[in-house]
Design a protein around this ligand. Structure first.
Ligand code: AGP
Length: 610
């Protein structure tokens, strides 16, 4: 994980670097550091803690220079200490490196370099890169030394590198960790993601694996590891500057929860045409292929994996396609049985999750078609997979995924309509109903958000409980998992999601008067009555029931202590509506507990290491 930002300009870059770094803090906040070049020497400040804390101690804004690098760390190798904070330098203090990723052969490299007389100051894998470049610099130009060094490195890296004797050049390289170039006016940037530099530019170049970039204030060049120049496409990103700012909300998570009606509306926009679903040109799977597929396998992690479970339900129930959902981290290391009639779908907000990337690469070895559902245009996953459907959530900054999840559900729903239509598993009337259903969702989500005060009341009553259980069935079992994950990650309260009936096989033993039990119980023809029974079982044991029910429902009200209502819609859409109160509940509980909601401990927004 870790965040990297770098700027080279014809004027002082101090503030831009600081702002870029503060936008990247969601990627890691163990420690932070900055480096500038002044008069052929580095000025470096770094420390342990979040940017604001370290800034109070060292005053980053006192550093000056027309070129600089910044880094926020999510530690992998070496404890959280000032010595291990980036940037790391070589023995002569002439090469400064910031890194995101893991150098897998760092221990061998370190031994070799130590034998050659290099002195190491940190326990990090990153420091070997500075020394390795130094070792190769003898008699070589810096570009040659950099290439020679990177040829010896195994593992993942996004690197920002400065040479004290090259004060007009910012160097960057990537392999399996995200890194972009941003093109400004008389200034150019490198960064781990687009939102961090969106206030300065929306002209973006994506670095590919094993590419090295050299940026000056008026241009950039990209080479492969053999020094061959590469032509790169400049992408224009149409995200607004405001979308990467809090805009008056206390936290990004809250802002992003509230953005969901808009995000869903954007995700649907121009994709429903006369009862048909039309995705953009990045989705070119033929009707013929979609008719033929015998199986779908979905790979994803975390919240995206929960979205995949909802997708599984919809694909099987409506499009009648056997579907399996796999944790990407498991799928990548097993020999899945895939053939040409299987479609592999990867779901990822960031498009940079290391395990999901690896799972996609694994799937491609079998020659199967791959489709990614992703939020970040041009991210790694979208460049690896054959076809893409973008969720249009806009930048998601809060570590806890919210609007990315509901837009993933919306895309899966649209894809289900498309598949059902092509495969004729639903008739025109059913398709029409599905389309009418999803069109209502943005307004209906707004009405769920309007219940925020009641959700806050629940949070105020129960924020000090130590455990909680989330129960749901069918399409809402994944919503129970997702609700529990939200609570865990932002409040650090233990929570478990279960299929409601499965509770009897163990978790029921945990229920007593101190246990809040959140039950998702929308009115449906499938399991509603069974869930009422489950609520009774919880009640009989004194559990505190917080239920999500369909507006007008009286039965749930009779049994539950608190009821949050969601509007009536098709059962398949109840999951998009039901998750929103659970996101708000997790948010308010975490906020009441004084947690750092947008930067929960030990978590990073995109998990770019295994
Ligand atoms: C969600 O709240 C989590 N922070 C996390 O589980 C996340 O969904 C997971 O890491 C996958 O990320 P991706 O969607 O960017 O691939």
């Amino acid at each position: 994980m870790c965040g990297i930002v770098g700027v080279v300009s014809n004027k002082n870059v101090n503030e831009k670097l600081f702002n870029g770094l503060s936008n990247l803090e969601y990627r890691g906040y163990d420690s932070v550091g900055m480096c500038f070049i002044n008069g052929g020497k580095f000025s470096i400040k770094k420390g342990v803690g979040k940017l604001e804390e370290v800034h109070k101690k060292v005053n980053f804004l006192k550093l000056n220079g027309n070129i600089g690098l910044g880094h926020c760390r999510w530690s992998t190798h070496g404890g959280v200490t000032e010595k291990n904070a980036h940037p790391h330098v070589d023995c002569k203090n002439k090469i400064s490196v910031v890194h995101n990723g893991i150098i897998e052969n760092y221990s061998e490299l370190k031994d070799e370099l130590t034998k050659k007389g290099h002195k190491f100051y940190s326990q990090t894998d990153t420091e070997v890169i500075a020394h390795l470049i130094e070792e190769n610099l003898e008699g070589n130009k810096v570009e040659e030394a950099l290439r020679a060094a990177l040829k010896k490195v195994e593992g993942s890296y996004a690197l920002g590198i400065l040479f004290a004797d090259e004060p007009g050049k910012l160097f960057a390289a990537r392999n399996e960790s995200p890194l972009i170039i941003g093109l400004g006016k008389n200034e150019n940037f490198i960064a781990s993601d687009v939102p961090s530099i969106l206030s300065y530019t929306n002209k973006i170049v994506y670095l590919e694996d094993k590419e090295i970039a050299v940026l000056t204030n008026d241009g950039f060049d990209v080479f492969d590891l053999n020094g061959k120049e590469k032509r790169k496409k400049v992408h224009t990103i149409h995200w607004s500057k405001e979308s990467s700012q809090k805009s008056g909300y206390k936290h990004f998570m809250l802002k992003e929860i509230y953005e969901q009606p808009r995000a869903i509306a954007d995700t649907l926009n121009e994709r429903i045409v006369n009862n048909s679903i039309i995705f953009e040109k990045e989705f070119a799977l033929s009707d013929d292929f979609l008719k033929k597929i015998k199986r779908i396998v979905i790979v994803a992690c975390g919240t995206s994996w929960h979205a995949a479970l909802v997708g599984e339900f919809m694909f099987e129930e409506l499009a009648k396609i056997p579907t399996e959902v796999e944790y990407a981290s498991e799928f990548r290391y097993r020999h899945a049985l895939l053939d040409k009639n299987t479609l592999v779908i990867a779901i990822s907000q960031s498009g940079e999750t290391a395990d999901t990337i690896a799972a996609l690469k694994e799937a491609k070895k079998y020659g199967v078609k791959t489709l990614s559902i992703c939020n970040v245009i041009g991210s790694s996953i979208t460049r690896i997979s054959h076809d893409i459907i973008y969720t249009r959530a806009g930048p998601e900054i809060g570590v806890a995924s919210t609007k990315a999840f509901t837009t993933q559900l919306a895309v899966l729903y649209l894809l289900t309509i498309l598949l059902s239509k092509i495969r004729k598993t639903l008739n025109e009337k059913q398709i029409k109903d599905m389309i009418e259903g999803i069109r209502k969702i943005p307004l209906q989500l707004q009405s769920v958000l309007d219940e925020d005060d009641e959700i806050l009341e629940c949070a105020e009553l129960y924020y000090n409980k130590l455990n909680s259980l989330y129960l749901g069935r069918g399409i809402n079992f994944p919503i129970a998992l997702e609700g529990a994950l939200k609570l865990k990650e932002v409040s650090y309260i233990h929570a478990e999601g279960y299929p409601a009936a499965e509770m009897k096989h163990g978790p029921i033993a945990l229920i007593d008067k101190n246990m809040p039990v959140v039950v998702i119980a929308p009115h449906d023809i499938y399991t509603y009555k069974k869930v009422l029974g489950n609520i009774e079982e919880v009640k009989a044991r004194g559990g505190i029931i917080i239920a999500i029910a369909t507006v007008g429902d009286k039965e749930v009200k009779k049994r539950a202590k608190h009821v949050i209502y969601i509007p009536k819609n098709l059962y398949t859409l109840s999951s998009i509506l039901a998750i929103v109160p659970l996101q708000l509940l997790a948010y308010h509980i975490a906020d009441k507990l004084g947690r750092d909601v947008d930067r929960p401990r030990s978590l990073a927004k995109s998990v770019t290491v295994e």
